[in-house]
Design a binder for this molecule. Structure first.
Ligand SMILES: Nc1ncnc2c1ncn2[C@@H]1O[C@H](COP(=O)(O)OP(=O)(O)OP(=O)(O)O)[C@@H](O)[C@H]1O
Ligand SMILES: [Mg+2]
Length: 318
């Protein structure tokens, strides 16, 4: 039997003013998995997360953690959940160590244990040499990592990460991804939100795609990608002024093309064995007195899944 650590039942949030930010969210998070919410800006990810941990009272519905209903600021939540909010929150005038120790105190972690955890977390998140630096003297990426450490200091069963890596350089992002990916091995369950399809794909065991407050689909990222269709994708950029929709229609008439669409200013064609078809594609374009400026070749991504479901690109929402 699958062991669920969190279960939401018909969560709904209507903000004052009438905006329905989350419509009817029922999900079950498995113990020990990385569960990703993927959706564009404003999809309702933060709202959903905040309701799940009792920071925001739902208009309707409820959340169960280990079968117990979440109440705002309840002991269960405090003991079992660690949340790393989207907006970095630190005490700017305290050092890294002091920030962590202050939080350990709030969580009533015994002092020596708190010190040991603080030292370990600083080490794991590569902040040891900044242990005695004030938070205000850290770079943005370091602040983000300190914030993650602060969410872990009470060693919660479930960790919620709201957009773990915006603004990080690619290398720091990788370090953070590796660290996050390891957390389930240490017994944690992870729930994260992101509008970055690569992040969702790399980290999540299962992904819930949400848009306009609605859960569109929930599955293993590999299965989601496979569901979009067979074949590989070629993204073609044309010179300015080209009629992209006509180009897509022309491509669609070719026998070996599975589908052709226009997305984010490019003609996106799907075909089996795309690489070997490239000469034919170029020839075809030339025959139509057009010119290709740039070609990208790739397999399916979660972005394709999003486009398939909504007709829009995720990145359009950025
Ligand atoms: N306190 C609030 N009062 C009114 N509307 C709000 C409030 N907080 C969020 N919203 C609205 O609810 C919708 C969902 O917002 P939310 O922050 O949950 O989205 P998100 O998916 O986390 O987006 P992002 O990727 O930008 O973080 C948005 O339209 C937003 O403007
Ligand atoms: Mg958000």
């Amino acid at each position: 039997m699958v062991d669920h650590v969190i279960e939401t039942e018909h969560l709904k949030m209507i903000y004052p003013g009438g905006l329905e930010a989350v419509k009817d969210l029922s999900i079950k998070v498995r113990r020990g998995e990385v569960f990703g919410f993927l959706g564009p800006n404003g999809a309702g990810k933060t709202t959903a997360l905040n309701m799940m941990v009792g920071l925001l009272k739902p208009t309707k519905g409820r959340t169960l953690i280990d079968g117990e209903e979440v109440k705002p600021w309840s002991k269960t939540v405090k003991e079992k959940i660690g949340i790393v909010p989207q907006e970095t929150i630190l005490w700017e005038n305290l050092t890294c160590t002091e920030n962590l120790m202050l939080l350990a105190n709030l969580y009533e972690v015994p002092k020596e244990e708190g010190q040991a955890r603080t030292a370990r977390l600083l080490e794991e998140l590569q902040l040891t040499d900044k242990a005695d630096a004030r938070a205000k003297a850290l770079s943005g990426g370091m602040k983000r990592r300190l914030n993650l450490a602060m969410g872990l200091v009470n060693e919660p069963d479930v960790i919620l990460l709201d957009e773990p890596s915006p603004g990080l350089d690619p290398q720091t992002r990788r370090v953070l991804w590796e660290y996050i990916a390891d957390l389930p091995k240490k017994g944690h369950t992870l729930i994260l939100t992101t509008h970055d399809m690569d992040e969702a794909d790399y980290l999540s065991d299962r992904v819930a795609i949400i848009d306009n407050g609605e859960l569109l689909v929930l599955d293993d990222p590999r299965k989601l990608k496979a569901s979009v269709g067979e074949g590989d994708v070629l993204e073609l950029a044309f010179d300015e002024g080209a009629d992209l929709h006509k180009a897509a229609d022309d491509f669609a008439s070719l026998g070996f093309i599975i589908s052709a669409n226009v997305t984010a200013g490019r003609v996106v064609i799907r075909t089996k064995d795309a690489m070997s078809r490239l000469p034919e594609v170029f020839e075809f374009v030339k025959e139509h007195d057009s010119e290709i400026r740039d070609v990208r070749y790739r397999g399916n991504t979660l972005e394709d899944v999003f486009i398939d479901l909504t007709g829009r690109a995720l990145r359009d929402g950025d």
